[in-house]
Design a binder for this molecule. Structure first.
Ligand code: GLN
Length: 204
């Protein structure tokens, strides 16, 4: 008997977490907490068969170094064109159309300009509570050498801001946060992404 395929009746989205570097473990836990099945992704082949992807925080330059091997960057570029993808912090930098301070290449799918390390050095990392459009009131936001979304373009909805700059955004099948929602106990941001993935599975 061959191993069963993914059961078609399952309502559990399989969501990849790019696990080349950075704090992917915390996303794995957050996905489990909101009823998704996390799948670690370490090679371009592993992008097949997942319903969505989280690109975690870490160091975007280090991600790029790993991704430049074995065609991973090109495969990921294709993936993010159509599949739900959520980038947090370094992941947000990788998704952006334009990266500054300094400029670097990216996946280019999020209509935004993102400035790296915009809030100063490591010592300026902080935990804040801010307003959000997500239902349920203010949200804790953990910033670690965070980037700043300095400009957004067509189709980008801002779900939270810090000092007048977007920190949580959505654009069709793409979500991005400049903070680390996986490091807070509040699971609303991951819930939002899993709902987005479910809506795409349903063809909405
Ligand atoms: N400073 C990092 C970068 O520029 C991002 C930091 C993070 O992901 N926490 O890639």
């Amino acid at each position: 008997m061959t191993a069963p395929e993914r059961p078609t009746e399952t309502n559990i989205p399989r969501i990849g977490v790019l696990a080349l570097q950075g704090d992917y473990d915390a996303h794995v836990q957050a996905l489990r907490d909101v009823g998704a099945e996390p799948v670690l992704v370490r090679s371009p082949e592993e992008l097949a068969g997942i319903d969505g992807l989280i690109i975690p925080g870490g160091e975007s330059t280090t991600f790029l170094k790993f991704l430049e091997r074995n065609g991973f960057l090109e495969s990921l570029r294709d993936f993010v064109q159509s599949k739900p993808t959520f980038g947090t912090c370094a992941g947000c930098i990788l998704l952006a159309a334009e990266v500054t301070h300094p400029p670097q290449q990216s996946l280019g799918v999020l209509h935004a300009t993102v400035e790296r390390n915009a809030y100063g050095r490591q010592i300026d990392s902080s935990i804040r509570t801010g307003d959000t459009q997500l239902p349920g009131g203010p949200l804790e936001m953990v910033y670690i050498r965070a980037p700043r979304i300095v400009k957004t373009g067509d189709g980008v909805t801002v779900l939270a801001e810090r000092d007048g700059f977007p920190v949580l955004v959505e654009q069709g099948h793409i979500m991005a946060a400049t903070f680390h929602p996986e490091l807070s106990a509040d699971r609303r941001v991951h819930q939002r992404f899993v709902s987005l993935v479910r809506s795409k599975i349903a063809g909405l």
